[in-house]
Design a binder for this molecule. Structure first.
Ligand SMILES: CC(C)(COP(=O)(O)OP(=O)(O)OC[C@H]1O[C@@H](n2cnc3c(N)ncnc32)[C@H](O)[C@@H]1OP(=O)(O)O)[C@@H](O)C(=O)NCCC(=O)NCCS
Length: 154
């Protein structure tokens, strides 16, 4: 990739799961299988942020899944959230989640939840999620907190 990614230069698009694997492997799951259960399920939505030259610099996935902590008619889980270290803080993560939430609403979803790594809680809070649990351990990563956002965001 060019190292010149600038704010506003990424585009968000729906992709096949395989397009997310390289970034997942590098950022999120080093030494672990890149695939997550349900990647190929028909309703699973994979999004990627691409620079102008087509490089994937951010990924996320959403799939229908009941929320462990909050009752909802149609809950979806966010997983596999990662951006390339070279574009952090430039808005790619926010753009990915915003597009995902919009698409989840279009599919009838009324809540999105995630197991947020403790180090990423601030990011999710910035984009509208709320912490709803105490910290819990998810191996091999470590401490996580349950977070939710009710949809549509008003
Ligand atoms: C967490 C992550 C996805 C954020 O991606 P990003 O591209 O840097 O996010 P953005 O640039 O869109 O950030 C949106 C806002 O959140 C803030 N932010 C980003 N990461 C943050 C963090 N870890 N803690 C607190 N705030 C954070 C940004 O400063 C920005 O603030 P602003 O509203 O003032 O502009 C990225 O740091 C990452 O891939 N981390 C490693 C993998 C990971 O932890 N994934 C989540 C697993 S649950």
């Amino acid at each position: 990739m060019s190292t010149e990614a600038q704010p506003g230069t990424v585009t968000i698009e729906q992709v096949d799961p395989a397009a997310t694997y390289d970034l997942r492997a590098r950022v999120l799951r080093p030494g672990r299988p890149v695939q997550i259960t349900g990647d190929d399920a028909p309703f699973t939505l994979h999004l990627a942020a691409r620079t102008g030259d087509g490089e994937v610099v951010g990924v996320v996935r959403f799939h229908p899944q009941d929320c462990p902590w909050q009752v909802a008619e149609a809950a979806w889980q966010l997983r596999g959230m990662a951006t390339d270290p070279r574009v952090r803080g430039l808005g790619a993560g926010r753009a990915l989640v915003a597009e995902g939430l919009s698409r989840v609403v279009a599919r009838g979803g009324d809540l999105v939840w995630c197991d947020a790594r403790a180090s990423a809680v601030g990011f999710y809070q910035r984009i509208g999620f709320t912490v709803v649990t105490e910290p819990y351990d998810l191996r091999p990563v470590g401490p996580h907190l349950g977070m939710v956002v009710e949809l549509p965001i008003r």
